[in-house]
Design a protein around this ligand. Structure first.
Ligand code: KIV
Length: 280
């Protein structure tokens, strides 16, 4: 199957086919996500937490994200790869935002960029779209605003914040975003906005009424337990499986079971004897 594009993702939404999306940050995981037939990958700035062990996403940098995005993009011949613009990469000026978006396309070869755009960033969305780079919007909970929000909390429950979710989504569509992520938003609100919009919506804690679903892969695999949001679902316990595997390896090394003869390289007795003669 050919690689997903803005057009195929829009066609899925128009044909009522549910879009699947996961995060990935490295080549081997992205390859498995691609081979499993997942439609889109977000190389999220969540990598600051789930890969680098920071307490929030604010420490992700452009260099860090470009490096991870390149590894993911090289693994994907089918899945559409979206780069998450880190904190500080799109706040200062339109020109700097455009340069940073361009780095993701030229250096990492991703297919699209996403940023936590508030109403202050609508012009930046338009500018990136006009450069020819597809943009994914992100409404509801903005983890980069964790300080201002006082924590990673559900958004859109009261009038002010619900109005913000609806108006930002409409403005992002108007600015040319091809898809919008709804994070930690009451399901009735994201369903309402999904029905109002002409572009696909992707839920991560936005309920089943969106055009697609997104989860953070280390949550899905049971590989990250420092923080588990209420919307996450763990499908496997790979973390436990890894610990068991490493313990087994240690046990085999200590007992001499590993390495076995099949893990060792052979040489002729003749060469060995000659070497011993030379060095003894
Ligand atoms: O960084 C990330 O993984 C994200 C999703 C939670 C939407 O931005």
């Amino acid at each position: 199957m050919a690689k997903h594009t803005v057009k195929t993702i829009q066609a899925m939404r128009d044909n009522n086919e549910t879009i699947t999306m996961l995060t990935a940050y490295d080549y081997p995981t992205a390859k498995k996500v691609n081979d499993a037939g997942i439609d889109m990958i977000l190389v999220g700035d969540s990598c600051a937490m789930v890969v680098h062990g920071h307490p929030n996403t604010l420490t992700a940098t452009m260099d860090m994200m470009v490096l991870h995005c390149g590894s993911v993009a090289r693994a994907c011949d089918r899945t559409m790869v979206v780069a998450d613009m880190p904190f500080g990469s799109f706040q200062y000026s339109i020109e700097e935002t455009m340069r940073n978006a361009a780095r993701f396309v030229t250096e990492a070869k991703v297919d699209a960029v996403k940023f936590e755009a508030t109403p202050n960033h609508i012009e930046k969305t338009e500018a990136i779209v006009q450069m020819g780079i597809p943009v994914v919007g992100h409404v509801g909970l903005h983890p980069q605003a964790v300080g201002a929000l006082g924590g990673l909390k559900v958004q859109g429950k009261d009038m002010d914040s619900a109005r913000k979710v609806v108006s930002e989504a409409l403005a992002l569509q108007e600015a040319g975003a091809y898809c919008i992520i709804f994070e930690a938003v009451p399901e009735k609100l994201s369903t309402y906005v999904t029905e109002k919009l002409d572009i696909p919506t992707i839920s991560i804690g936005g309920g089943p009424g969106c055009s697609g679903q997104l989860l953070v892969t280390p949550d899905v695999l049971g590989m990250y337990d420092n923080f588990t949001p209420g919307f996450a679902k763990q499908y496997r316990k790979f973390g436990e499986e890894m610990i068991a595997t490493f313990k087994e390896y240690k046990e085999e090394v200590l007992t001499g079971k590993f390495p076995a003869p099949e893990h060792c390289y052979k040489m002729s007795e003749e060469v060995l004897e000659q070497i011993k003669k030379e060095f003894d």
